[in-house]
Design a protein around this ligand. Sequence first.
Ligand SMILES: NC(=O)c1ccc[n+]([C@@H]2O[C@H](COP(=O)([O-])OP(=O)(O)OC[C@H]3O[C@@H](n4cnc5c(N)ncnc54)[C@H](O)[C@@H]3O)[C@@H](O)[C@H]2O)c1
Length: 244
Amino acid sequence: MGELDGRVALVTGGARGQGAAEAAIFSREGAEVVIADVLDEQGERTAGSLGCRYHHLDVTSETEWEAVVADVVDRTGRLDILMNNAGIFRPARLVNTSTELWNQTVAINQTGVFFGMRTAVKAMIEAGNGGSIINTSSVAGLEGTFGSTAYGATKWAVTGMTKVVAKEAGKHGIRVNSIHPGVIVTDMITDMLAGGQDEKMVARQPIGRLGTAEDIAEMALFLASDRSSYCTGQAFTVDGGIHG
Ligand SMILES: NC(=O)c1ccc[n+]([C@@H]2O[C@H](COP(=O)([O-])OP(=O)(O)OC[C@H]3O[C@@H](n4cnc5c(N)ncnc54)[C@H](O)[C@@H]3O)[C@@H](O)[C@H]2O)c1
């Protein structure tokens, strides 16, 4: 018996990194998982290796969101779990943040989560089974992180939207929570870890290692499952203790 038997999950940015680990743990626990990403080849490969489906989705596109959720609901009759994981991280101080970088970061990290929640909440209400929405924020959505104005702004927005939508959707049995990863070793931060930077970062961690995608996936599973049935509107930090 899996914890997510009979549930249907959609994981954005699931081609690699944390999203792939979340898709893997949801599948292991019995959910029917759809991976959605812009990296089609990698997404197909990841989905193939996990025995789940892949669907192209650029989270900045309202119409693509409608298409993917309609496809999931047409095939399965339900959507129980939305893992809003897709995101980009292009660090830049305020004075170096171009309007283009700002708009791109907002479109993917913030508007993408808004479109996802709006589309999924409608589908979840119609299906009548409740649901769990998990939004990936960051420790940068809980504190001021030096040198990432646009990223920090979008991740604070995710923290805030989570709390608002949790209050609106609770009466439909839909829970909405955010995860706040610290430094997680994925392709997103390869450049940051180059040239001995990883050792410096490890030295700053109260738990003396960097995080893994699986560390985050364990929290995602908790929030997706009924074990967290009385938790909504909350921020769950998984960061080895750096945000204190
Ligand atoms: N790695 C870290 O240290 C860290 C820390 C805090 C928060 N996060 C957040 O965790 C989430 C997952 O990141 P990751 O570490 O797995 O990095 P990653 O770069 O490996 O994965 C991000 C995924 O999002 C996808 N994506 C990007 N733009 C997209 C779009 N427009 N539409 C659909 N998919 C898109 C990418 O193709 C990729 O598969 C992100 O939201 C990120 O901001 C990461």
